[in-house]
Design a protein. Structure first.
Length: 308
């Protein structure tokens, strides 16, 4: 009895680890089969999240179309992908220069992809421009630029690829959005407006295309730690548990969530800590309280550092 009691805990741990391992392997294989041979377009494949999505989908055997504004960085990404992956199990990615605020360029890109592959299975609308500044200091030209890149660009690309998905009765469109598409915070007027607009568009579209078996998914993180040097990842247990709260989610985690979203055909994902999640509920059910709290925060920030 005594020996059994001593062995119980290690055996239990071993059993749980085994089950976890099997679950992870099955998930990995399932993810792979969900994207294998699929034509996947990723906009702004060179940013923190875009790059991680490219890596994950490439390893999963997708036929990738990597779009971005910078050719040199696209070529660097291409080299990294083809050097690390097994060429017998992956496809060579196609690179495309794409500035989402140039609407005619967006339409040409869609035509180019369809001419090349004949279809698009998954479109990941990831590109966007950030801006932090008081509204009265942002010119209308800049407001327009943000709307072009964050709203008109993604919807133009989506509309150009949608007829093909509808006629094939299959396809998935993923919008990488931000929790600021659900509620606004000060000094982000143009950004939050563009994210609200994009979310509104894709929420409407979801219902419209469901009967054609086209899936629309939105993934909204709060804060992504995009740059390698951003945040100080110290190896402390305390920081490990609170790092998401302090430093934001790592792009790898968001990319894995995008992959899960594709695999499970999820409709809406919020990657938020309890505080922003609670804020979302407060904004919905107690708007006056929410506005008062946000306004208090503004009064404390008399001098806001501008960021673009
Ligand atoms: N970072 C966060 O904390 C955060 C939080 C929640 C949601 N998100 C969302 O996650 C997605 C990816 O964010 P990220 O942080 O990985 O990217 P990021 O670091 O914010 O970089 C933005 C990227 O978009 C590109 N871009 C800007 N304007 C463009 C245009 N007109 N056409 C094509 N590309 C353009 C930029 O290229 P250039 O550098 O050449 O201008 C840059 O590579 C975005 O949709 C963002 O809104 C981010």
């Amino acid at each position: 009895m005594g020996v059994m009691a001593v062995l119980m805990l290690p055996l239990l741990l071993l059993g749980v680890s085994g089950l976890l391992f099997i679950y992870q392997e099955v998930s990995r294989l399932w993810s792979k089969s969900a994207v294998q041979n699929k034509v996947v377009v990723i906009t702004d494949a060179i940013s923190g999240l875009g790059k991680e999505c490219a890596r994950l989908f490439h390893a999963g055997g997708a036929r990738l179309v990597l779009c971005a504004k910078n050719w040199e960085r696209l070529e660097n990404l291409y080299d990294t992908l083809v050097n690390v992956a097994d060429p017998s199990k992956t496809f060579t990615p196609k690179l495309i220069l794409l500035d989402l605020s140039d609407i005619s360029c967006v339409q040409d890109v869609a035509k180019d992809v369809l001419d090349c592959y004949g279809c698009v299975d998954i479109l990941i609308n990831n590109a966007s421009v950030k801006l932090k500044a008081p509204a009265h200091k942002i010119s209308l030209e800049l407001d327009t630029k943000i709307m072009d890149a964050n709203y008109f660009g993604p919807i133009t690309l989506t509309k150009a690829l949608l007829p093909n998905m509808i006629s094939r009765r299959t396809g998935q469109i993923v919008l990488v959005n931000n929790i600021q598409g659900k509620f606004g915070i000060p000094f982000r007027t143009a950004y939050a407006a563009s994210k609200h607009a994009a979310l509104g568009f894709f929420d409407c579209l979801r219902a419209e295309v469901e009967e054609y078996d086209v899936v629309v998914s939105t993934v909204s993180p709060t804060f992504i730690r995009s740059y390698p040097g951003q945040g100080n990842w110290e190896p402390s247990i305390w920081k490990y548990f609170f790092r998401k709260l302090t430093y934001g989610v790592h792009p790898v985690e968001v990319a894995e969530e995008v992959m899960r979203t594709v695999r499970r055909k999820k409709q809406e994902v919020f990657m938020a800590n309890p505080i922003p999640k609670a804020a979302l509920y407060i904004r919905t059910f107690l708007p006056e309280f929410f506005f008062a709290v946000v306004a208090c925060g503004v009064k404390e920030q008399l001098h806001v550092p501008e960021e673009s």
